[in-house]
Design a protein around this ligand. Sequence first.
Ligand code: ATP
Ligand code: MG
Ligand code: MG
Ligand code: MG
Length: 562
Amino acid sequence: MKQSKMLIPTLRDVPADADIKSHQLLLRAGFMRQTASGVYSYLPLAKKVLQKVEQIVREEMDAINGSELLMPTLQPAELWQETGRWYNYGAELMRIKDRHARDFALGPTHEEVITSLVRDEISSYKKLPLVLYQIQTKFRDEARPRFGLLRGREFIMKDAYSFHSSKESLDEAYNDMVKAYSNIFRRCGLNFRAVIADSGAIGGKNSQEFMVLTDVGEDTIAFSNESDFAANVEMAPVHVQYEKSNEELATLEKIETKNQKTIEEISRFLNVAKEKCLKSLLFKVDEKYVLVVVRGDHEVNDIKVKNLLDAKSVELASSEETLNILKAEVGSVGPIGLTEEVDIIADYAVQSVVNGVCGANETDYHYTGVNIGRDFQPSQIADLRFIQEGDPSPDGKGTIQFAEGIEVGHVFKLGTVYSESMKATYLDENGKSQPMIMGCYGIGVSRTVAAIVEQHHDENGIIWPVSVTPFEVHLIPINMKTEAQKELADQIYNKLNRESVSVLYDDRNERPGVKFADSDLFGFPIRITVGKKAEEGIVELKLRKSGETLEVAIDNIVDVIK
Ligand code: ATP
Ligand code: MG
Ligand code: MG
Ligand code: MG
């Protein structure tokens, strides 16, 4: 492509409202422009990067037997009403009306559409499993769109959905997906880490996020310095799951914990009634971890407690003050702040969970003097939000460290949540109707582009990994008006095109300083400068990443590049 024919509006100055490097550089290098808050036009260079990333995604999805389809952005409210998400998705769901005043949503995700599609088309176990994916524009009316492509209100996502007749089949597809995601992000040149994510009410190791490690990430990852344990700290705390039999548990001291009334009693135990608890929150008070278990699907209470903890006031408060705050914030029942919503507040254990108190396998009973690791193996982790650097890792190996991350991908075992509410069933081998078991898997394609820039730049501009670069070569004659230079540049341009090396030819009559500054901003891997030695058929080749230069004769140029 000839640069004079393309729209690449570069900027010399850092745009005022762009706080992070990827946002600044993508604007400065002329890759994109904002159209509205959180809404961007991808200019020609960005479009090329998107296509490369999408191609990598397609190859890896196809390799695990995913088939691509394209579903509508415009989604009728009725589908969202079936799952109830029309009512509880909140303000992030972009809602519009058609001319007949019928409600629609602009899809933020496609579980409803795909479940309705598959329910209508698949009726037998013989057609399962099925993995479908699309690459498409999504809409989310984010409360705080920011950081350019990292958090847009309109953005590009690859979303995949899988349908199964058994848990084993779902596990298989999920594991394939995890591998495919690793391949994708590796091929995009990213330094990333798969971390355990909050899987909400489903619990367990049923959800992982792919985090790109940078210092601008909106997520915080806690990881062990000695094992592959890594989790998003926003992860809901999960109660300890017991791997001891009831007989073994009988050797521990058991106490009844029903209707606890005093702070002393409360602070002696922890109730982890697992069937009922939606979320619990662990925080530190006076060197002790205090666990709040919020029961039932009280989303509202959960948010209240969260806000409370985010305010940090609780962290500094004594146990009693904490109770008072909770009492004031969440409700007021009973003398010690116990409410129906905040069911139990307990002193979890001093520091690293030694001689702590654990919820029982039996409702309303707890064990005291419990040592995690000795008496129970925690198969899931506690709330990490209040764990500090250097604390023991929940898997017992090493200590906790922190890193910032950008969530570029998310894989999730859904189970039958959607198939049950939307009645997506199939007939099994025995002719019996069963809800389909589902998984969903997302990649932020446009966010990935920004994440790549976050990890690949220097003070002069972007440094694209070869796999996703808009062009492999930037060809720059220093002076287009010097006949020898123009001629040699033309010759190289044609040659590279013939060899299918993608090249951007800076055929503008600009000063060399301007051309080089632009070139560094764009960040293609190789720059070929045609200058004084043009008459001898010699050009300078410079690697963007290392700054290494070498002189190459025109006849060798293709070999050197390839
Ligand atoms: P976040 O926690 O950052 O809000 P999410 O968990 O809401 O993301 P998912 O529903 O898991 O996002 O969507 C799948 C992927 O889509 C995410 O992993 C992320 O890469 C991307 N994504 C989500 N929201 C945005 C956004 N506002 N802008 C760009 N990409 C996004
Ligand atoms: Mg979100
Ligand atoms: Mg998230
Ligand atoms: Mg997510």
